[in-house]
Write a protein that binds this ligand. Structure first.
Ligand SMILES: [Cu+2]
Length: 155
């Protein structure tokens, strides 16, 4: 089989790119520990309100400048809603859903995650700018989906 010179260059370039991308993904996975959630933390979606920590949803101070927000998502709201956290504090969200798949997206931040019934979702963020952040559900969850929103007040 005869390969044209340009074909060889193009094939080598393609193989080089492929190996490069695989190398990057491998480095992120094994050296940096980045990867999709392990799904290790599960919960019975029918017993959310009697299972710790979701039996006490709310904002708790857990460190010097660190807060934990335990939040339940259900059609069509966030419990608790309109939470307040201090500016500059690290906020660890622990969330689950009681019914269907919901979304948790905070405008003007890079928080954007799915909240799946049966699973516990955790995400951390430090709010460095004071203000009111709009929180929306971005997974279509039923007839009232467009009304599913709340706010995070940072001051
Ligand atoms: Cu929703």
């Amino acid at each position: 089989m005869h390969l044209h010179r340009y074909e060889k260059i193009w094939l080598s370039f393609g193989i080089f790119m492929l190996l490069g991308f695989m190398g990057i993904v491998g480095y992120q996975t094994f050296a940096m520990g980045m990867g999709p959630p392990s799904h290790k933390e599960t919960i019975d979606p029918q017993k959310v309100e009697t299972t710790a920590p979701f039996d006490e949803p709310g904002v708790k101070q857990i460190g010097d400048n660190e807060y934990e927000v335990v939040m339940i998502l259900q059609a069509f709201g966030f419990t608790p809603g309109n939470i307040e956290v201090p500016v500059g504090a690290k906020v660890n969200f622990t969330m689950t859903s009681k019914d269907v798949i919901h979304g948790f997206q905070v405008a003007d931040t890079n928080i954007n995650t799915m909240v799946v019934p049966g699973h516990i979702q955790k995400i951390s963020h430090t709010f460095n700018e004071p203000g009111e952040y709009l929180v929306i559900c971005n997974e279509y969850c039923g007839a009232g989906h467009q009304a599913m929103a709340t706010r995070i007040i940072v001051k």
